[in-house]
Write a protein that binds this ligand. Structure first.
Ligand code: KIV
Length: 272
């Protein structure tokens, strides 16, 4: 399919569906705060994910599990204040939708009402079907997430590639189809074999966005702090670093410290 690029003043779930139909790849990045979201949105990104990776990146937790609904709403409302063009998708945090579809709906409503986000993302397939259905029935768009689902890290035990074995690949394909049938508008596939991800993308009419899922899908997502090279200790094969901000920032901080200690900063022009 040859790609054509249409100008979108505002990206909606309809725009994403058109992009898939036109063979235009979808570019998605994370943001958790106003300043980063402003830069990411001005760059022309299609989708901003207020990911629960904020738990690792912003709060320094080992997993995404500790993040609360109130914290997600805080991050999402900061992002929303910055964004003019991108579709903003907000992760429903661990514990807010797995047990009971009524509390799942309440959590999704709080996100939409209190942050102004445009859609929610949920990890899992058939196990969370009732929650997805109930949220969709309230008119809230849902993005699915299959493959490596970090909220289930203690079930998996490791962050290695998922669905390499036939049984897990079969379940992933069935779940992907189910999510489309339920009415999810898009699906994230994380850290699965490229061949399997391409098969799922070809089988579904909704956009499939990959992270560590190869190039045969309809779009890509990365954690912004990783692709900027700020989180230098995280080095998965799928990560392309576009900057080495860790080094750049360290150099800038070192220079500032030297300038303060030596009395070079502030100079005559930098004072009143
Ligand atoms: O929370 C997150 O950043 C995510 C992406 C890795 C897809 O879910």
């Amino acid at each position: 399919m040859s790609a054509s690029t249409k100008e979108y003043k505002r990206v909606t779930i309809k725009s994403l569906s058109e992009m898939k139909a036109n063979g235009e790849r979808i570019a998605m990045l994370t943001a958790y705060d106003y300043t980063m979201a402003k830069i990411v949105d001005s760059s022309g990104i299609d989708v901003i994910l207020v990911g629960d990776s904020a738990s690792n990146v912003m709060a320094g937790h080992e997993t995404t599990l500790p993040l609360t609904l109130d914290q997600m709403i805080y991050h999402a409302s900061s992002v929303i204040r910055a964004v003019d063009r991108a579709l903003v998708v907000v992760d429903l945090p661990f514990g807010s939708y797995q047990g009971n579809s009524k509390s799942a709906l309440n959590a999704a409503i709080r996100i939409m009402k209190e942050s102004g986000g445009h859609a929610v993302k949920m990890e899992g397939g058939s196990e969370i079907k009732d929650s997805i259905k109930r949220i969709l029935s309230a008119g809230i768009p849902v993005m699915g997430h299959l493959g490596l689902t970090p909220q289930s890290i203690y079930k998996f035990g490791t962050y290695t590639v998922r669905a390499k074995e036939e049984e897990e690949a079969k379940k992933l394909k069935e779940d992907a189809k189910l999510l489309e049938e339920l009415g999810c508008f898009a699906l994230v596939l994380e850290k699965i074999p490229a061949k399997l991800a391409a098969e799922v993308a070809a089988d579904l009419s909704i956009p499939v966005i990959g992270i560590g899922a190869g190039g045969g899908v309809d779009g890509q997502v990365l954690v912004t702090h990783d692709m900027l090279g700020m989180t230098y200790e995280f080095n998965p094969r799928f990560l392309r670093r576009y900057l080495d901000l860790y080094t750049e920032m360290t150099n800038a901080f070192n220079q500032y410290i030297d300038d303060v200690k030596s009395g070079d900063f502030p100079n005559k022009k930098e004072q009143y």
